[in-house]
Design a protein around this ligand. Structure first.
Ligand code: THU
Length: 134
């Protein structure tokens, strides 16, 4: 694990402890290294009206934007169990809005081994801001 991965893992685990997930009991944390050099983190926030819940990655992106940063340089996701907790389809697209395709996404089930993939691997042939001239 690199120093930055270790730092991101620590941040993701710290926020994971604050997850609000009474329905799934699946607590997830995400930490972003942003282009301003800061780390922004978020946890999943569930809701009794299930579809209104937020994933950890979405919360971390919200923190990044609120903090004034715009680009994701690296993102770490942690959750329970041994299988790597990979971002859901919707979160892959949300990450796509703010990250280049070669950005590394680290998925980790805390009792297992972390998996490192690029965003391009997780979301091939994707639609992004450049299609709209942005
Ligand atoms: N979840 C995340 O927050 N991120 C992921 O990458 C996978 C799933 C959350 C959503 C929901 O609160 C719970 O995990 C179970 O799906």
């Amino acid at each position: 694990m690199t120093t930055i991965d270790s730092t991101l893992f620590t941040a993701a685990e710290a926020i994971r402890a604050k997850a609000y997930a009474p329905y799934s009991n699946f607590h997830v944390g995400a930490a972003i290294l942003a282009d301003d050099g800061n780390i922004y983190s978020g946890c999943n926030i569930e809701n009794a009206a299930y579809p209104q819940g937020n994933c950890a990655e979405t919360s971390a992106i919200s923190a990044m934007i609120a903090g004034g940063a715009r680009r994701i340089k690296r993102i770490y996701v942690t959750g329970p169990g041994t299988a790597p907790v990979t971002p859901c389809g919707g979160c892959r697209q949300r990450i796509r809005e703010f990250a280049d395709l070669d950005v590394e996404v680290i998925s980790h089930g805390v009792d297992g081994v972390a998996l490192v993939q690029t965003l391009g691997q997780l979301l091939p042939y994707s639609f992004g801001p450049e299609f709209l001239g942005k």
